[in-house]
Design a protein around this ligand. Structure first.
Ligand code: GLC
Length: 553
């Protein structure tokens, strides 16, 4: 089989070589990483199912035409050199204003510092998912304490009692957010967490625990300090999180069954079932945990379970969630009501349920992971976070990663438009909106979670671009964001088909919009920083891939 994504990457490789050689400046590496054997040099087979991380893949990426991690390499502080972009200083200043202190120690960043907004709701809290880009920015700036404090504080919060009315939540649940409660009379400070018991809709965040594990690995990778991840507390915290998603039940699929609103999209948007965002984060967290869990005692069991789950999950996702022109055509011609092991249409998807827009949307070149797959249900919507995480975590094969980037390139107007990046595509409208969102006035078409454009996603797009050797694409997206973000006061999201309007109810000075921008810029300037968040392909899992249009000339 001739793989032809290569012609795509060849083109981009030439583009990158040209671009990067022009932009390389003599700047010492901002950090030196002591390569820890436990993190970088153990192969999958060496340690039961442990595997390599993204370190090598970053170096092998076309974004690194020469040299290794220790060689000074930079794309330049302002792409073309000449000092930092004026927005960078503004962004740092705004990010610092969002830092939350607990007993005089920085422990996180508040979701939004929007003084103009009358309704604070819970935007005055430190959200676990929102803190991730802040944490990456701080790490890249060598401010590691805030990240360590955050990891430790949330770890302790995990052990607090979590009740929704009279129902007790699982011990491993991590908070969606927390705040510092100050008692001025007694001069005391306490941390108060929300595990979903106060959240709108009362949903526990499934993504928080996964982000926590991913961040612990990023911290460990960046600092080279394994003492935190190897501490009994962190080992236990990981095991508790994993316990929630690796326990046996009635599942027939290795994917994780979730309710609506349990992730970044924290309101009803028809993503219940097996949403791609959670599946991709689940996969990534499992792989991160595999690198960090100690094989002694209880850890051994978990390592084994993770290995088995990853094997099945990778196969399931790469085969059943993948959609490209060829696969769409297959589904279009599916027979239904098939019984037994020979069934081709395993989930009994009725071709009539394929929405019309997909036929126009699907380019000949490119593909993506579906929003959701469950019995008789395929959510054909494109979700940005899940697809980008699939690339950085190597849930996507290299060919699939190239195809996802091809799709973004081909469908730039739809998926990026004038403000990167649309959270999902397309928007739900009319009857569908009424039924699926429950008439949610915040999630009207092309707004908020329903096709709104979220600047925070810029860092994930940039990471995916670097991993696949397409820095030019990231540069284009960053420049688009730069033309609006500061002027508009760092909004939480933008509305409209092209993302031209500041979101209807968007908070201003939304911290993850600010941090997401900084991370994107810093990563592009120093692509070696990608190693904090990127993972190498897990070689032992080799599902049989069907021939697909986007891989053929
Ligand atoms: C909104 C978003 C959620 C985010 C929170 C704080 O609820 O949907 O993803 O974590 O705001 O910014």
């Amino acid at each position: 089989m001739k793989r032809v994504s290569s012609h795509v990457s060849l083109a981009s490789e030439a583009e990158i070589n040209l671009d990067l050689s022009r932009l390389i400046i003599d700047r010492p590496q901002r950090f030196t990483l002591e390569r820890k054997r436990s993190f970088d040099e153990q192969s999958w087979s060496e340690l039961s199912h442990r595997n390599n991380d993204g370190f090598d893949s970053v170096l092998q990426s076309p974004a690194f035409p020469s040299g290794g991690f220790d060689s000074p390499f930079s794309i330049g502080t302002h792409f073309g050199g000449g000092g930092p972009h004026p927005l960078v200083n503004e962004a740092w200043e705004a990010l610092r204003k969002s830092v939350v202190y607990f007993r005089e120690q920085p422990v996180g960043t508040i979701a939004a510092v929007d003084h103009a907004s009358e309704e604070v709701l819970n935007y005055d809290q430190v959200f676990v998912r929102d803190f991730v880009p802040s944490a990456l920015a701080f790490l890249m700036n060598n401010e590691t304490d805030i990240v360590k404090n955050f990891l430790l504080k949330t770890l302790h919060l995990q052990s607090s009692e979590k009740m929704v009315d009279r129902f007790k939540l699982g011990a491993g649940a991590m908070p969606a957010s927390f705040k510092v409660d100050r008692n001025k009379n007694r001069n005391t400070e306490t941390l108060v967490a929300d595990f979903g018991e106060s959240a709108i809709g009362r949903v526990a965040p499934v993504d928080s625990g996964f982000w926590w594990i991913i961040l612990l690995r990023a911290y460990t990778k960046y600092t080279g300090d394994v003492s935190l991840s190897e501490s009994p507390d962190c080992q236990k915290c990981m095991r508790l999180i994993l316990n929630l998603c690796l326990s046996e039940g009635f599942d027939t699929f290795p994917t994780l069954l979730c309710t609506d609103g349990c992730s970044m999209i924290d309101r009803r948007m028809g993503i219940y079932g097996y949403p791609i965002e959670i599946q991709a984060l689940f996969y990534m967290a499992l792989r991160c945990a595999l690198q960090m869990l100690k094989p002694e005692g209880e850890g051994k069991d978990f390592i084994e379970k993770i290995g088995q789950r990853l094997h099945a999950l990778t196969y399931h996702m790469r085969n059943y969630f993948w959609l490209d022109f060829h696969q769409l055509n297959n589904i279009y011609r599916y027979k239904t009501e098939e019984y037994s092991h020979t069934a081709v249409n395993k989930f009994n998807v009725i071709p009539d349920s394929i929405p019309d827009w997909v036929f126009d949307f699907m380019p000949c070149r490119g593909g993506y992971f579906l929003g959701n797959v469950s019995p008789a249900m395929m959510d054909f919507r494109w979700f940005a976070l899940g697809n980008c995480i699939a690339i950085v975590s190597s849930l996507a094969t290299p060919e699939q990663s190239v195809a996802i980037m091809d799709l973004i390139e081909e469908k730039w107007d739809e998926l990026v438009g004038e403000m990167p990046l649309k959270i999902c595509y397309p928007a739900l409208e009319n009857h569908e909106w009424r039924i699926i969102t429950g008439c949610d006035p915040k999630n009207t078409r092309w707004s908020y979670h329903n096709g709104g454009s979220w600047p925070v996603l810029l860092w994930l797009l940039t990471a995916a671009c670097i991993k696949t050797g397409r820095p030019q694409m990231a540069k284009r997206a960053i420049e688009l964001a730069e033309s609006r973000l500061l002027k508009d006061g760092w909004p939480e999201y933008y509305d409209g088909k092209l993302g031209r309007f500041v979101g209807k109810q968007a908070r201003k000075f939304q911290t993850w919009s600010i941090a997401g921008y900084l991370v994107a810029r810093m990563m592009l300037e120093d692509p070696s920083t990608l190693m904090m968040i990127s993972m190498e392909e897990d070689r032992p899992v080799k599902p049989t891939m069907r021939r697909s249009a986007s891989w053929n000339a």
